[in-house]
Design a protein around this ligand. Structure first.
Ligand code: GTR
Length: 412
């Protein structure tokens, strides 16, 4: 047990399985009124909507109904010596040019037929994902400052390629997948400003100044942005609409899971090192806890989630049920051995306890009952992998994502 200081208070951080509290997980196959869910139809009609509504009301907050997007191509040209097309397109999230927008960077392999796509938000701006000088420098507020070429919370030329180790774009293109990325701060800047900036304000009801306790926080807003990106991708004939993948790392891994749960157009969902509020079971309180995350990042979840600080057992849902909301679509949970803050074992267990739902829906679920050895991809409908090393996204992670997608998604 380590003690980590936070805002002058000591919050105990559990890093020992023997210290974990005893808990009972809610059963994904028992409805709130006690009814056992024994058919795919009852899952679809009763339990799935019920779980979705509880995650909305108690964890991430409910997002508004979308408006129809509009878009404008900013640039288009060849990339990687002509192997791919690079397109940059501004997506207007409310359909209005005066409203919030996000700039999508799309690399499309040149292929005779529609290609699968990986949609993933980035942390540092589109230009950080590659040295490609054609990528437009964002003007948006940047989280980092005086690091990686960010000055006054604004990107400079120096920050080009700052995150490229996480984005092996040419390799992804060579494997036949398109990449669609956008800067998450375009959708909602990642700091607690009571939701005055970003997409929230554009959806307030008359007289509303902040989201209600059961309405969207930042994670839900980023997921909403991913869905608007899918609105755009669906309009593109070059994209295979049956093979649209969402991927995210860390807070954006929490986001990709919520995006996959709420938007079934995502045919496959990948979370990398998503941890607390992502794939890790909250009731374990291993590493980052609900209380700790709500203190550090009060804007990520809805205000109701604070009720579960040191009180996880009272929450009507736990994160294995978030994985279950993706069923029967393939989901890949990725952990890193040294990323104990994100609770790799808790991430694995969420997959394991989602398995009964996947089986009820006629899939192979998670093919193992114990955590696999390092670097060994469990390539069943619920996938799992843990690799050596730290909280990060690596080339080997991407190879595993695409091995998983190659097997789990077949073109029609
Ligand atoms: C940490 C946070 C994690 C994770 C991570 C990240 O500070 O505690 O939940 O989201 O940030 O997004 O990099």
């Amino acid at each position: 047990v380590l003690a980590m200081p936070l805002f002058g208070q000591e919050i105990k951080v559990l890093y020992d399985e023997a210290e974990l509290p005893q808990f009972t997980l809610p059963d994904p196959l028992v409805a709130a009124d006690g009814t056992k869910i024994t058919s795919a139809e009852a899952w679809r009609k009763i339990r799935r909507p019920e779980l979705l509504a509880m995650f909305e009301a108690e964890v991430y907050g409910k997002s508004p109904s979308p408006q129809k997007i509009s878009s404008r191509v900013l640039s288009e040209g060849d990339a990687f010596g002509g192997k791919a097309t690079r397109r940059q397109v501004r997506i207007f999230l409310t359909g209005e040019e005066a409203g919030p927008h996000t700039d999508l960077l799309l690399y499309l392999p040149k292929s005779g037929s529609p290609v699968p796509v990986v949609a993933a938000l980035n942390f540092k701006g589109n230009h950080s994902t590659s040295d490609d000088p054609e990528i437009l420098l964002p003007k948006s507020w940047m989280r980092a400052n005086d690091a990686d070429g960010i000055k006054n919370h604004t990107a400079t030329e120096k920050s080009r390629g700052a995150a490229k180790s996480r984005w092996p774009i040419e390799r992804i293109v060579d494997r036949g997948y398109a990449v669609a990325t956008a800067y998450y701060g375009d959708i909602d800047p990642d700091f607690d400003d009571q939701f005055q900036n970003g997409v929230h304000a554009a959806f307030y009801a008359e007289g509303q100044t902040k989201p209600a306790a059961d309405e969207w926080g930042s994670i839900a807003a980023w997921a909403f942005g991913l869905s608007r990106i899918v609105d755009y991708l669906e309009q593109q004939d070059a994209i295979d609409h049956d093979r649209m993948i969402v991927m995210g790392h860390s807070r954006l891994g929490k986001t990709s899971l919520w995006a996959g749960a709420t938007d079934e157009r995502f045919a496959l969902v990948i979370s990398n090192n998503s941890g607390c509020g992502g794939a890790a079971l909250s009731r374990r309180r291993f590493g980052e806890s609900v209380r700790r995350i709500n203190k550090s990042f009060p804007h990520w979840f809805c205000d109701n989630f604070v009720k579960y600080d040191d009180n996880e057992d009272a929450c009507p849902v736990d994160q294995h049920e978030l994985i279950a909301l993706i069923a029967p679509r393939p989901v890949l949970i990725c952990s890193a051995e040294e990323d104990r803050w994100a609770d790799p074992h808790g991430e694995f267990l969420a997959g394991l306890y989602a398995d009964p739902v996947y089986r009820l829906l006629g899939t192979d679920g998670l093919a193992v009952e114990e955590m696999p050895p390092l670097d060994q991809l469990v390539n069943s409908r619920i996938g799992y992998r843990i690799r050596p090393g730290k909280h990060d996204v690596t080339l080997s992670d991407w190879e595993a994502y695409l091995d998983f997608a190659d097997k789990q998604l077949t073109s029609k």
